[in-house]
Design a protein around this ligand. Sequence first.
Ligand code: ZN
Ligand code: ZN
Length: 465
Amino acid sequence: MELQFHGAAKNVTGSCHLLRCGQSMILIDCGLYQGSRELAEENHNDFGFDPAAIDLLLLTHGHLDHCGRIPLLVKRGFTGTIVTTAASRDLARLVMLDAARIQEEEARYRNYKSNRHDRDREPLLPLYDTFDALNSLDYFTCTVSLERPHELAAGIRATFYDAGHILGSASILLELEEQGQSKRLLFSGDLGYCDRAILPDPTPPPQADIVVMETTYGDRRHKQLEPSVSELYQAITTTVARKGNVLIPSFALERSQEILYYLREGIENGLLPPDLEVFLDSPMAISATQIFRRHPECFDDETWQVIASGRDPFELPRLHFSRETEDSIALKEMQGVVIIAGSGMCTAGRIRHHLRHNLWREEAAVIFVGYAGVGTTARQIIDGAPSITIFREEVEVRADIHTIGGFSAHADQQELLNWHRQTGSPELTFLVHGEEEAMTTFGALLTGTRVILPDNHQSFSLEPG
Ligand SMILES: [Zn+2]
Ligand SMILES: [Zn+2]
């Protein structure tokens, strides 16, 4: 048995772990690197293994940093089986198609620019295109239910557990047998936390011999969710009262639906103006909301109660879906409205136009409700940059800036520690999916296990000793 790390090693994105057991090659996630330009360049490199040799790909959830290189894997020869939950399959489809569109647009734009200098230059090809994304859907042939063991091959049994991170997300236990040796390997995937809207709490993990776990917030404690929701209501009420716009840069998956859920509750409970105008300005978030509506099996009891009382958890009296570009451009003229748009880290997407129109206005507000990676526009604004560059234009930051941590989709340090404690005393714990500082801090808190921070493309034999 051998375990290799080909992404999210001392870094948050690009999750991709390879397990060899007997004759089988199993990949756990195949995500895209995101963030700085150097990281994005990594996506073009060799995977570090032969895609054609992979038999199974187990997908923990539909976020881009976990499924975003699947079309590339298929393009480079993968013909195995992709195993995941039904909700993750539907979200991954949306995410991969969107990523393909972005890759195509970026290649077109760069070629257009370089053609102006040198018409004979080889055109830049997208990392993958829409056809590659569509082709990869053919391999999503094995849909699993939670907490039910699935025999994937001789000596390989997988069980998915609810990770409470996004719709359909799972931790995966692999029970492996090779030459009379047996091992229990547990991959945390990304972990959510307790008492969130929409999703149930993460299922307590099973015991394991070897744990591979995420550490996004390994060095941080979250704010409590309840004060965070009050802060959100307060910021919105104050801003719209002075006719300023509220921008909420938001991830299309989960966070946008969570925000809609809380806005509905706020209006129903009289904590937000009843005539609040809300624009969901993201075709992807709109599609994701429809996927949520199709997978109520993933909801928690409170959300079921909302449905049982005849209400839609994601509907507001004055909610507008802006799918078309013209609808988005028209928002420029609006005053005193809430605009939810992507990308969450403000590196691309419609939010950049809204930032350009609003960031310099004292009456406006920007509310960050998610993780902001190093080097991103969101991180610059959060860190207090006096001005930022958007579309080559210097824009002063005069709007109110709020960072509301309670909305994170990731477990914080205490919750990660609790989760790890419940896995028993694993012989080995590999820390992944975190910035190195967070991992080091977190690793020092773990007891009764040997902690390893793997490097990219590093491999480990799991034989005894
Ligand atoms: Zn995730
Ligand atoms: Zn992730």
